[in-house]
Design a binder for this molecule. Structure first.
Ligand SMILES: [Zn+2]
Length: 247
């Protein structure tokens, strides 16, 4: 079962690569079929096998020899691993399905925010609706709890954005409202604090060396997304650790 989930994750990861690449450019995700971005050659079934094809082709297009980014197999592997973690964490099938969709959304949002500094509404608001719909069928959270998650996480970031006068993008607000729809208020609000903490640590070297000044625009989205994913899996462990630290 573990291997099956890993393989499904690799295939989904390959699809996520397409979404990451095409969605911000407004291209169709379904058509045309996958092709080399340089010479346009349509990929053969063998070349569509995640990770392995990259290794066999030694990272180059079979037709024109252009280097294929190492990012593609890395995202495929990452998705495979995250699917396995979901499988380990959730035995309830509906929660597991929610987890797989939620994780996939966060992987895509992280990468698109890295590349383009945007978090597309299709993914944030679309995901929010999916998260809310799932709450009707989930045994672990109620619809009210999902709505509370949307209001709490979205509201808190809206407040921060208002007080900091544009230091926070609207995309971040919508993304965390989406996270709240899947996790409820406690995990989503905790993810905002954990994301801020990770961002602080990540940007510290730049601030100390003087490369990151007060006017540098720091991306916050990827850190929020990573924090949300960590808490989706390990909130109980992290909350227990936090309590043992402060008590
Ligand atoms: Zn090519």
């Amino acid at each position: 079962m573990l291997i099956v989930f890993f393989l499904i994750g690799l295939v989904i990861g390959s699809f996520l690569n397409v979404v990451i690449y095409r969605l911000p450019e407004g291209k169709s995700i379904i058509y045309p079929p996958s092709h080399c971005s340089d010479c346009g050659q349509k990929l053969s079934p063998l070349e569509l096998i995640p990770v392995l094809s990259y290794i066999f082709l030694r990272g180059k297009c079979k037709t024109c020899g252009t280097d294929i980014s190492i990012r593609y197999p890395i995202i495929e592997l990452l998705t495979g691993i995250i699917f396995i973690i979901n499988y380990f964490c959730f035995s309830d099938l509906i929660i597991l399905a929610a987890g797989l969709i939620f994780s996939s959304l966060l992987i895509v949002l992280t990468m698109i925010d890295f590349d383009h500094q945007i978090l597309p509404d299709k993914l944030t608001l679309g995901g929010l609706i999916v998260g809310l719909l799932f709450s009707f069928f989930r045994s672990d959270i109620s619809v009210i709890y999902s709505l509370a998650g949307i209001m709490a996480a979205g509201g808190l970031l809206f407040l921060i954005a208002y007080l900091s006068k544009g230091g926070m993008g609207g995309g971040d607000i919508k993304m965390m409202a989406m996270v709240g729809s899947f996790t409820g208020p406690i995990i989503a609000v905790s993810a905002i604090f954990l994301g801020a903490l990770i961002a602080l640590v990540a940007h510290l070297p730049g601030v100390i060396s003087g490369e990151t000044g007060m006017k540098t625009k720091l991306p916050f989205g990827p850190f929020l997304a990573v924090a949300s994913l960590i808490l989706w899996f390990y909130s109980e462990e992290l909350f227990a650790m936090y309590l043992s630290l402060i008590l």
